[in-house]
Design a protein around this ligand. Structure first.
Ligand code: GDP
Ligand code: MG
Length: 866
């Protein structure tokens, strides 16, 4: 199917509007398949038809799909000929695609049936015509009335008015023929007597017959409004749908019995959700920017085969799994007679979050607290101490289940602690655009003072604009020196109360359980200042704090509810996963029915495992949940694919973006080998900052680039600069995953030049560095005449001769240069793949040590085009 396919694919991609318009006539398309086989396909056009009484649509049955699916057609037979006139007119002015098609019921009637019916109805016809007229008159009057009536108007009142209307009609018509009186009698007895003359022809439709008549005469009856009411919701969904009432409202159109019957049947079927008779159901098909053939078929409730066939007729060969663009999908859907609603893919997410709450609905909610600080300063100890001393509902001593967050109670007020200490988790959440935390408790050990991760934590909290409460820990230790901590914090612009600043500080001992109450009181005080509020009376939104795949229970996510109330049984979307909350489990391991704002609960019932930091929202139904998760999974895949093909965010892209957005801050995270160089870089960058553009240094520190630097950069849209330092493996992976650009420099001027050039929009040739591989030094040999040779194992990627190499010790670059030797056993080789051992020596450098890493990279100069 070579030719046809490639042509078709092209068409699909470019929209394919032209190719898809089916010719009017029947024709034959010849298709060649691989292996020289070929096949003729008869192309038929399924057309909407406008039937005139003479035509009746007979002879159109060859139509591919719908034809065999019309066994139900005989049942409408008895009443069908009644309104000969309107049929031709009805479909035309109505919704184009839908109405005409319903006329197709007629065509399966045999001559015999029709004749019989004609006969049977011959005498009834005159009377019916009159009835109809009267019915219409009444209906019109009622329609006008109904327009005035509010929907919610009580049924009783409507009944009363209609009764009056009916009486008026009666008075008017009483003088008329007995026929009229007889008819009304018939109606009031629910058409008990009347259908009789019509029945002979209707084999097996006796049950339906009376209904039909009622359908027409019903408008006269007091309960006439019922059908309209019943379909009110549906009418909104399916704009084209016709109900008895609105059909009759359509002032000067006369409905036929049969057409009304068809409508009613259609409604019935739509309510039951399927079409046993196979009669065409016109659906509103929502078409996103891209849709698979399968999904399109599903949404139209057509067979995928028919979709494929239709496309095949256009010379487009598709498989069931192929993705169609929106234009193509729309044409297919329209060809199949459905109504199309186009949506942008991202529309599926619309309204998922947001909808601000009215002030009066907002009520106080507990603060959510995260504990941060340097390693070993006592974060875990403090979390445990607080939990054990203050668990809500005083389940003292009871083993509480670890669910990633817990609540404690202090002075009758609840406080939620997120039980995953560390700023990595904190910022990872913020990187996804969700802020879980209201207050950060910064733990600083009184015997150790401010350490690198203390500073990191400060910067992370500051970037998130979350207030800090300083917990000076380990005050039980004799060498504790709280004042030193406060002074050191001053240098990082954290001014505590005792230093006449605004940051609350509390001296505690996690080990001795000292002053934990003081800490909690400080939290409550801070939260009062923040005036934290949420509306509990709405559908829930929240954030995934952690999630895992539990062997027994399936995916389990700890969700912190942020607004609204989460109920068991709710349908949730979290990131690209969805699920029905089968059970909610609180921090005591007990099942609960609901969870309000700031309450953490474990949620069971997700289809897949969401990620920490994913935002959670309750949606109205499963379909919506599926749609959103499918959309997000696709976006995720596409992003991943895009990154694989090298479209990562670069400094230039970032600058371009900044310029087009008119942003004047260039966010940077800077890591350097020694304090001196970091200070020099920060100073230099501040110097080159202009009024319009300035370097916004989110964090600057000494040491290798870590995952936490990447998460901070990702959350702030920053780029990471490594000066004589390298990113460790986790950081590299995180950068790859989050699309964070890391740039390495060893000369400050290069760095400042690049940033300056980027800021002014004039970029020097881009020096693109590609990582090739890493080798770890296992042993160092001293070989006479040659000098030192490192015996290495390639741990990542591969190692190439001629490439640039760096010697890295503890993530810091100690030497940069070229290899003089690359050997496998005795032989000089070009490259050594991962996992293998080799010997390496540097040109003019001897000081390698066991444990050092040799990084191998390639540099390309890419000329910048402006
Ligand atoms: P994390 O790394 O920040 O989570 O710190 P940990 O909670 O694991 O604590 C590190 C060490 O400090 C442990 O040996 C604790 O027993 C100890 N520690 C924590 N809090 C205190 C305290 O208030 N006083 C004393 N003396 N030791 C403490
Ligand atoms: Mg710990």
């Amino acid at each position: 199917m070579s030719e046809t396919t490639s042509k078709g694919d092209k068409t699909l991609r470019s929209g394919g509007r032209k190719t898809l318009s089916i010719g009017r006539d029947t024709g034959t398309v010849r298709q060649s398949f691989s292996g020289g086989r070929s096949k003729s396909v008869v192309v038929e056009k399924k057309r909407r038809r406008v039937l005139t009484p003479g035509e009746r649509g007979d002879g159109h049955q060859e139509s591919a799909a719908p034809a065999p699916a019309r066994p139900a057609a005989p049942s409408p037979a008895p009443h069908q000929p009644a309104p000969p006139r309107p049929r031709a007119e009805t479909p035309a002015p109505a919704a184009p695609s839908g109405r005409g098609r319903s006329g197709m019921v007629l065509k399966t009637l045999t001559e015999e049936e029709r004749g019989a019916r004609m006969q049977a109805l011959a005498d009834a016809r005159v009377r019916e015509a009159e009835e109809r007229q009267r019915a219409e008159e009444d209906a019109r009057r009622r329609a006008e009335e109904e327009e005035r009536l509010a929907k919610e108007r009580a049924e009783a009142q409507r009944r009363k008015e209609e009764e009056e209307a009916r009486k008026a009609t009666e008075a008017e018509t009483r003088r008329r023929a007995e026929e009229a009186a007889r008819k009304r009698l018939g109606e009031e007895e629910k058409a008990a007597g009347r259908p009789a003359p019509q029945q002979p022809a209707a084999t097996g439709t006796t049950e339906e017959a009376p209904k039909e008549i009622r359908a027409v005469v019903r408008p006269k009856r007091p309960d006439a409004a019922k059908p309209a009411k019943k379909t009110a919701g549906g009418a909104e969904r399916r704009r084209g749908r016709l109900t008895v009432t609105n059909a009759l409202e359509d002032a000067d159109r006369e409905r036929s019995l049969a057409s009304i019957r068809r409508k009613r049947e259609k409604e019935k079927r739509q309510q039951s959700g399927f079409s046993p008779s196979g009669e065409k159901i016109i659906r509103d098909v929502t078409i996103p920017e891209a849709i698979s053939v399968q999904e399109l078929a599903n949404r139209m409730a057509e067979r995928a085969v028919d979709v494929i066939r239709l496309l095949m007729k256009q010379g487009t060969m598709v498989k069931i799994t192929d993705i169609l663009d929106a234009d193509t999908a729309q044409l297919v859907a329209e060809e199949m007679g459905h109504n199309v609603r186009r949506v942008a893919a991202s529309d599926v997410e619309e309204g998922l979050f947001g909808e601000p709450d009215a002030d009066e609905d907002m009520h106080q909610r507990p603060p959510v607290v995260t504990i941060m600080g340097h390693v070993d300063h006592g974060k875990t100890s403090l979390l445990d101490a607080i939990r054990e001393a203050n668990v809500v509902s005083g389940e003292a001593g009871g083993i509480t289940q670890h669910i990633g967050a817990y609540q404690v109670e202090k002075n009758g007020q609840k406080i939620t602690f997120i039980d995953t200490p560390g700023h990595a988790a904190f910022t990872a959440m913020r990187a996804r655009g969700a802020q879980a935390t209201d207050i950060v408790i910064l733990v600083v050990a009184a015997d150790d003072g401010v350490m690198p991760q203390t500073i990191e934590a400060i910067n992370h909290a500051r970037a998130a604009e979350v207030p800090i409460i300083v917990a000076i820990n380990k005050i039980d230790k004799p060498e504790a020196d709280p004042n030193r901590v406060k002074t050191e914090l001053l240098q990082h612009e954290v001014i505590t109360e005792s230093m006449s600043g605004e940051t609350l500080e509390v001296e505690v001992s996690a080990l001795k359980r000292q002053n934990l109450d003081g800490l909690l009181e400080a939290v409550l005080l801070q939260s009062e200042l923040l005036d934290l509020k949420a509306n509990a009376d709405r559908s829930a939104e929240g954030i995934v704090i952690e999630a895992e795949l539990d062997k027994g229970r399936g995916p389990v996510a700890t969700v912190l509810v942020q607004r609204g109330t989460l109920n068991a049984g709710d349908i949730l979307v979290a990131g690209s996963e969805w699920g029905r909350a089968r059970a909610l489990i609180d921090d005591h391991g007990e099942q609960v029915k609901e969870a309000g704002p700031s309450m953490p609960v474990e949620v069971l019932g997700f289809q897949g495992t969401p990620s920490a930091g994913d935002r959670v929202a309750v949606v109205e139904n499963e379909q919506r949940a599926r749609e959103i998760s499918e959309y997000r999974q696709r976006v995720k895949r596409e992003k991943h694919a895009a990154r694989q093909t090298g479209q990562r965010g670069s400094l230039e892209q970032m600058m371009n973006q900044l310029q087009t957005e008119g942003t004047s801050n260039v966010p940077l995270v800077i890591k350097g080998d020694v304090q001196g160089s970091v200070e020099a870089i920060v100073g230099a960058l501040e110097k080159i900052s202009t009024e319009e553009v300035r370097a916004n240094i989110m964090h600057a520190g000494v040491g290798g680039i870590t995952e936490s630097d990447i998460t901070l950069a990702a959350a702030s849209g920053a780029m990471v600069i490594g000066f004589n330092v390298r990113a460790n493996k986790q950081a590299r992976e995180a950068a790859e995953r989050d699309g964070v650009d890391i740039r390495y420099y060893n000369i400050i001027y290069d760095l400042t030049d690049d940033v300056k050039a980027a800021m002014s929009g004039l970029l020097s040739p881009e020096r693109r560095e590609t990582f090739i591989g890493n080798a770890e030094i296992l042993e160092v040999f001293n070989i006479t005449k040659v000098g030192k040779v490192a015996g290495c194992r390639v741990t990542e990627g591969k190692v190439e001769r001629g490439a640039g190499v760096r010697l890295i010790r503890d993530n810091v670059v100690v030497h940069e240069g070229k290899l003089s030797t690359l050997k496998r056993f005795k032989d000089e080789v070009r490259e050594v793949p991962g996992g293998q051992e080799c010997g390496m020596a540097f040109e003019n450098y001897q000081d390698m040590r066991v444990g050092d890493v040799i990084e191998c990279y390639r540099v390309e100069e890419v000329a910048r085009t402006l």
